[in-house]
Write a protein of this length. Structure first.
Lengths: 334, 211
């Protein structure tokens, strides 16, 4: 049995925000991460504010300006199987399909996927770690095989989401409703490094709810892909992953977004790799340089140095696949 | 601790009683203070807000059930302990094994990670709902034919996952079967036979559909 809590299921956003005003209240969207955390005592809850009765938070729509709106309660299954998403943002459909298991995708929501708590086994386990208000990160001298190689400081979690790096790569924005009204935050600024705040993984303030995600249209001819490496063939978190979006002319890169998953406390955008790629043709040398750039600055712990090589490998492999499926740049032929 | 003193500030006697019950069951001073401070923020809309048992109606296998359950109760507990429908199995109870898989609106879900109140307004299908009188459902039949279990504990969950897969995809590829069944663990390792059973079930469903 879970610890006791009260449960309200308001039918409007306004009511939900009011209900969240009391301390000890938590948002319930799909509930998959929330119930797991409550069961394991990662945190407690006095009140669960379920937003599942708020219809306006569901569904995927295209808007007149070419943008696509995804309601925060849209399930990962719905994102993964939406023709609109598959046609326009293949990367996101692939990332949603690669998350968790079918049952969890049928229940887990895109908003919840962005707000899930870290999977560090010390944080989830019976350890009063730094992130839970203690004074030690047990991963530093402990079992740190699955911890971060970028962006760690004092705490070495990785962000567990697959859809988050995809949304960062697509320049998506989170629309947030709170006690003070609406605000919009680019996904690239939504996540919070431990150096900034040890207690939270994103910028959501108490009482705030993500209402929807908006995706700007990708330039025509853009390509995108998500590659996830797991310890097993299915249903696992990423050891490392790559969300990639490119705009090419022939094989020349006009624009790119390179965002890594599974290696940092936030979706890890590699601007260095993007810089290497900009304006250059995809060829074996560019691929190698891009892969090297993606690993620059990595600071592995005692057991996770393999992640650096994984990053190098997936960047090179993903770019090679794109190179091979595209004709050489026209100007080179003349 | 001064929970009682703080709690008496509320002017709603009903909420006072239930909140006290809540506090007694939690029994932690800090929690008490946090809850007490909630009272001033109580809004005008009357949303029932306490941890005590409440009325709930659920539609399970096409039948409506009236229940009184605590908000913290999950669907798995309601099925097994309140309704005696023990076909759905508890396993890890944290969404990692799949033994408790049921369908909600035709989609496979873990009943351990679903609060009973969240199933309100939806159609729940359990393994018991696949049988027609004495006649097994096609997925059950296929699991029997292909000997798709050893100890059998995970089997109801496996069957419900397969049922969910086949309701959304009538003709799954081998890869789609593997992915569709990836949310269910089998500690006996009967995966090969489970895979064959799901393929067989897809055939049986097709035959049934064309008959």
């Amino acid at each position: 049995m879970l610890p006791k809590f009260s449960h309200v299921r308001p039918s409007s956003l306004r009511q939900a925000v009011q209900q969240l005003a009391s301390s000890g209240s938590h948002v319930h969207a799909g509930g998959t991460d929330l119930l797991g955390c409550l069961r394991d005592g990662v945190f407690g809850a006095e009140k669960i504010v379920s937003i599942t009765g708020i219809g306006e938070l569901r569904g995927i729509n295209s808007r007149e300006d070419g943008a696509v709106r995804i309601g925060a309660l849209t399930t990962l299954s719905e994102v993964a199987t939406s023709p609109l998403i598959a046609q326009n943002y293949a990367l996101l459909a692939q990332a949603a399909a690669a998350a968790a298991s079918p049952q969890l995708r049928n229940q887990g929501t895109i908003g919840g996927n962005l707000c899930q708590r870290p999977r560090c086994w010390y944080f989830r386990g019976d350890f009063q770690c730094l992130r839970k208000g203690g004074d030690t990160c047990f991963a530093i001298n402990g079992e740190n095989e699955f911890h971060c190689v970028f962006g760690g400081s004092r705490c070495y979690i990785v962000h567990p989401s697959d859809t988050a790096p995809a949304l960062v790569a697509l320049d998506a924005r989170a629309h947030i409703r709170g006690p003070l009204g609406m605000r919009v935050v680019p996904l690239g600024s939504f996540f919070v490094l431990p150096a900034l705040d040890l207690a939270r993984e994103n910028v959501l303030r108490s009482g705030e709810i993500i209402t929807h995600i908006s995706l700007p249209p990708l330039a025509p001819g853009s390509i995108s892909s998500y590659r996830k490496v797991r310890a097993r063939g299915s249903w696992d978190f990423a050891l490392a992953g790559l969300a990639l979006a490119l705009k090419l002319t022939g094989r020349r890169v006009d624009w790119s977004r390179v965002v890594l998953s599974g290696v940092a406390p936030i979706p890890w955008r590699s601007s260095e790799t993007e810089k290497v790629l900009l304006g250059r043709d995809l060829n074996p040398r560019t691929l190698r340089e891009a892969a090297d750039a993606a690993t620059r600055g990595a600071e592995p712990l005692s057991q996770n140095g393999y992640k650096v090589e994984l990053v190098r490998g997936i960047v090179e492999e993903s770019l090679r696949a794109i190179m091979e499926s595209h004709p050489e740049t026209p100007s080179e032929r003349t | 601790m001064n929970e009682d003193h703080d709690l008496k500030r509320t002017d709603d006697p009903c909420s006072r009683v239930s909140r006290r019950g809540f506090l007694e069951s939690v029994g932690v001073g800090m929690t008490g203070i946090a809850v007490a401070s909630n009272l001033s923020a109580q809004d005008a809309e009357e949303l029932t807000e306490d941890a005590e048992p409440k009325k709930l109606s659920l539609v399970i296998n096409g039948r409506k059930h009236m229940l009184i359950v605590e908000p913290r109760t999950n669907l798995l507990y309601v099925l097994r302990e309140k309704l005696g429908m023990t076909g759905t199995k508890p396993g890890c109870e944290r969404g990692e094994c799949g033994a408790c898989t049921v369908l909600i609106d035709d989609k496979s879900r873990y009943s351990c990670l679903t609060l009973a109140f969240e199933a309100d307004g939806h159609d729940v299908t359990t393994i018991e709902g696949l049988v027609h009188g004495e006649k097994l459902g096609v997925v059950q039949q296929a699991f029997l034919e292909k000997d798709a279990f050893q100890c059998g504990y995970c089997t109801p969950g496996q069957i419900m996952a397969a049922e969910g897969l086949l309701r959304s995809n009538h003709d799954p590829s081998d890869e789609e079967i593997r992915e569709g069944m990836s949310g269910n663990l089998c500690r006996c390792g009967a995966y090969q036979h489970i895979f064959k059973a799901v393929r067989r079930a897809a055939e049986l469903k097709k035959e049934e559909g064309s008959a």
